[in-house]
Design a protein. Structure first.
Length: 475
């Protein structure tokens, strides 16, 4: 996979390349006979062929000879959901989002079944598919991911109204918004990572976008105010009509059942549009198990070993909810890499090496139009900031680069960093967090963490000077 296919988004590129690397090792798949009793062959059924489900399958195969079946409703083969936007934007074909060749699954004796599971009978250990087929299991892994939130808005099910999650959503978008003649104006509801991706996608086809964001500043519930304010300006500079502190009231229909306009709750304004994107977050895709014995909260409740309350049933990925959050992490983590980690951990447990899910230090990355974002450790928003947390914020004069370093106000221990427009090295910050370095060390050694290509301008000196010049507390 050539990196030029991901010119702007190293986060996605890295996610994707990691998968490709696994593919390169396909021929090296072996069963580790020392750790698994291969004579007791079991049938492991996995519902969901996303990153969590397929990682579990691959690792179970590495560790054992168990029979493995993955049942999934969306596509025949696993694809990289994070790369969906690049298909619409013309950077890659859908086939390029599939990290494994189609023969991979047969070669590794992983049976794929395209079907929707609509019932789990945990007493008799079988699942029932929409095809009517009943599939027995010895162990069951629920890895059914998320679905876009809908909050009961009038008109939310009209034609031309959609989320951005699935392959089918991508196909729908191609139909509703192929160009700016057919789609003269789009409205996006919900200002998060998927909303900004959808806005960028539509802009590549020159479709004017209005972005309704409930918060008073973009992603202000997650980012400190300086960063969030910089993104507000960046979004507007891209000619996106950003409407802060605005909610959707209803979507109006034309005579054919197509969305034709939205009404804004706060102002009553009617905005004509041909497409409405609902990107107000996601929630676990678990409605098909509501009537089972499996304990549910917002997601499928699991312990640290990803076990549910029912023996031999596990849940992983976006649909799993920890009984107790791990550190500052959320009990449900709708993030690609944690799905993969959970898949690896559950495979070990199922193959007899009981392993706790330990995701380590929090990190994440994303892209806001032209600005890349990375976060390591914890930097809380103004709303959620801890009383011991102090922030040092630096922003470049061009208004597209900034960092916020978070540290303990008494001990000066480094707690986390957000960077915008400057690429950093994951392993450096991971080590500094583990070593509990202080903020002075981190600022003085920032150059060691820089990952920008050669000849890029570096800003460590400027940042260091600004840090020295700050007010002593809460600068
Ligand atoms: C547009 C977009 C961009 C994203 N970008 C990033 C990013 O840059 N970085 C990041 O960390 N995360 C990103 N995410 C989030 C990330 O993609 C998810 O966290 C991850 O894909 C979840 O993986 P999963 O295996 O838990 O579930 P999923 O990938 O959702 O897979 C679950 C599968 O199970 C199927 N299924 C559900 N119910 C049933 C059933 N009853 N029967 C059969 N099949 C069923 C679903 O159809 C689906 O195919 C993005 C998400 C989206 C939508």
């Amino acid at each position: 996979m050539k990196s030029k296919m991901f010119p702007y988004f190293p986060a996605v590129r890295n996610l994707f390349l990691n998968e490709s690397n696994i593919y390169c090792n396909v021929s090296n798949f072996t069963c580790d006979r020392s750790t698994t009793n291969l004579r007791i062959m079991k049938h492991i059924v996995i519902i969901g062929n996303g990153i969590a489900g397929v990682t579990a399958a691959r690792h179970i195969r590495k560790l054992s000879d168990h029979k493995i079946t993955i049942i999934s409703a969306e596509t025949d083969y696993f694809f990289s959901r994070t790369a969906l936007m690049y298909v619409y934007m013309g950077h890659m074909k859908f086939e390029h989002t599939q990290p494994y060749e189609n023969y991979f699954w047969k070669k590794n004796r992983i049976d794929l079944k395209k079907a929707y599971v609509n019932q789990i009978d945990s007493s008799n250990k079988y699942v029932v598919c929409d095809t009517g087929e009943r599939i027995d299991y010895d162990k069951l892994i629920i890895a059914t991911g998320s679905k876009p939130n809908k909050f009961g808005w009038p008109g939310q099910d009209l034609k031309g109204v959609q989320g951005l999650y699935s392959f089918q959503d991508l196909q729908q978008l191609e139909k509703t918004a192929p160009n700016n003649l057919q789609c003269k104006h789009a409205v996006i509801v919900g200002g998060g990572l998927i909303g900004i991706e959808l806005a960028e996608m539509l802009l590549t086809r020159k479709i004017p976008v209005t972005f309704l964001v409930r918060e008073s500043s973009f992603w202000g519930s997650v980012l400190p105010s300086g960063e969030s304010a910089m993104l507000n300006r960046h979004i507007k500079n891209h000619h996106i009509d950003l409407r802060l502190s605005m909610n959707l009231k209803e979507i109006l229909s034309d005579e054919n059942g197509n969305a034709r306009a939205v009404i804004i709750e706060e102002t009553g304004e009617e905005l004509a549009c041909d497409m409405v994107g609902l990107t107000a977050g996601v929630s676990p895709n678990i409605s098909f198990i509501k009537d089972s014995e499996i304990e549910l909260g917002r997601g499928v409740k699991v312990n640290r070993f990803l076990e549910t309350n029912i023996p031999d049933i596990y849940a992983i990925g976006d649909c799993a909810e920890q009984h107790e959050p791990i550190g500052n992490r959320r009990p449900i983590e709708a993030v690609w890499y944690t799905g993969r980690m959970m898949g690896e951990a559950v495979a070990q447990t199922i193959c007899g090496n009981k392993l706790e899910y330990k995701p380590g230090h929090w990190f994440n990355s994303a892209k806001f139009l032209d600005i890349e974002y990375q976060t390591y450790g914890w930097v809380f928003s103004n709303r959620d900031k801890k009383d011991y947390e102090t922030h040092f914020h630096w922003k470049h004069a061009d208004d597209t680069k900034c960092i916020t370093v978070s540290y303990h106000k008494d001990t000066r221990v480094f707690l986390g960093i957000n960077t915008f427009g400057i690429r950093m090295r994951h392993e450096v910050f991971d080590n500094w967090l583990t070593e509990k370095r202080d903020v002075d060390f981190v600022i003085s050694n920032l150059a060691l963490a820089n990952f920008d290509p050669e000849f890029y301008r570096h800003f460590e000196k400027e940042i260091h000077i600004a840090f020295q010049a700050r007010k002593p507390i809460n600068a």
